[in-house]
Each structure stands twice: as C-alpha cells, then as structure tokens.
Ligand binder design. Structure first.
Ligand code: ZN
Length: 104
C-alpha cells in the first residue's frame, strides 16, 4: 500500500538518505518527478522529500505507474529477498526450535 503515515514517511526518508540496508524489502521509494521507483540503498541521486512517496511492495509501485530504477533494480532485489526468505522459512521448518536473527 501507499504509505501515508507521516512518521513512517519521515522514518523511511531518513533510511533512504542513509541507504539503510535494514529497510530492504520494507519499502520502495517512488520519485514523482521521474516516475521511477527505487530501493533505499540505490546510489542514484536522492529525491527531495516532497517529491517522494513510499510503497510497501513492488507491485503497488508498479500499479501506481512507476518504473523500476535501472541502477538499483528493485525487481531483482525483491526476488533475491524472497529467495532468502524462502530459504529461511525452510530452515525454520526443519529446525523449529532454532532461533534466527532477522537480518541473517
Ligand atoms: Zn534506484
């Protein structure tokens, strides 16, 4: 969904500026002036606060008319993220008692 919570938007924008890897897969940033969306670790020039909106999934960014950035390739990153997640849930299934850290 489109993120409308002001506190979250501010938090995500800071993560975008900081290229904070902890937010990979958490949000996608759509740049209104270019109609391109990025992940937060993208090395492209960061948009101004008023020109960016945040989505919680790739699909919503696409549905809103944004194109994936050619530099950070959000679709590829999403796929990698999902594979990691699937692997993790598979391992959890094998060893339900073992604890995993979120960012392993
Ligand atoms: Zn990008």
């Amino acid at each position: 969904m489109l993120i409308t919570n002001v506190d979250k938007i501010k938090q995500y924008y800071q993560a975008l500026l900081a290229k904070d890897q902890h937010y990979i897969g958490v949000f996608y940033a759509g740049v209104k002036t270019t109609s391109i969306f990025c992940i937060e670790t993208c090395r492209a020039k960061k948009p101004k606060f008023e020109n960016v909106e945040f989505f919680s999934s790739v699909k919503e960014a696409l549905d809103a008319g944004y194109r994936p950035c050619k530099i950070c390739k959000p679709l590829k990153t999403q796929m990698k993220h999902r594979q990691k997640y699937l692997k993790l849930s598979h391992e959890l299934h094998k060893n339900p008692k073992q604890k995993y850290r979120i960012h392993d």
